[in-house]
Design a protein around this ligand. Sequence first.
Ligand code: NAD
Length: 257
Amino acid sequence: MTTLSGKTALVTGSTSGIGLGIALVLAKAGAKLILNGFGDASKAIAEVAQFGGQVGHHPADVSDPAQIAEMFAYAEREFGGVDILVNNAGIQHVAAVEEFPVERWDSIIAINLSSVFHSTRLGLPGMRAKGWGRIVNIASVHGQVDSVGKAAYVAAKHGVIGLTKVVGLETATSNVTCNAICPGWVLTPLVQKQIDDRVAAGTDPQQAQHDLLAEKQPSLAFVTPSQLGELVLFLCSEAGAQVRGAAWNIDGGWLAQ
Ligand code: NAD
């Protein structure tokens, strides 16, 4: 069994959805956790704290490099640095490219792509100094294929996979690895909004969920946050030590088509 005792994990965007699911698996494996994300963090903190390790929360808006730097300073001060960095925070907006609001493009690129660069450049020196580290970027199947209406998201996630490969190579001879995970549909607030949009357009809720899956995900079942957490845990294990610069699908067969 992988034990992460003595390690500190920072998971961006972990007050809900996938990030919280990953944080719970890492905390169960013994890691200390730094949560990040918007909204009331008290419920997420209490859930993670049930495993008995140190838990903190930093409210950095990861679209702002200065706030990311403050979060890493907090991690150094309160936890002695970051051993496992999970770049997970992300947002979505769906619109045709010629109608895509410019400010939504800018925030998706800042949150879904540029924040991964900033966290990596700020986190990597500490990992190198300690001689061990793991960087896991939560990309998406949309880092490898497209869907109409998702110009900014698809561009950002393709960028995340490119960045992951570069960092994977730049750390290849060290005990630091960098990989991306590419989930298909996971039923979180980000996806619920897309189901709600279909319901608002007149589709029955059950049917809307089924249609969303049927269009892309052959298993017709959602990937779960805890399955994603277990994959992150594997990448943190000794068995995962030579997985480098990979983009690992976990998508109910989406990319096999
Ligand atoms: P979610 O909306 O449930 O959670 C997003 C988290 O990010 C929240 O904690 C939110 O507070 C935080 N966040 C948003 N903007 C932020 C900002 N500027 N600064 C700091 N935190 C911020 O979404 P999710 O579905 O759990 O998505 C998590 C990641 O997984 C995203 O990168 C998303 O692109 C990716 N992903 C999701 C799916 C899916 O089907 N849900 C599929 C593939 C990839």
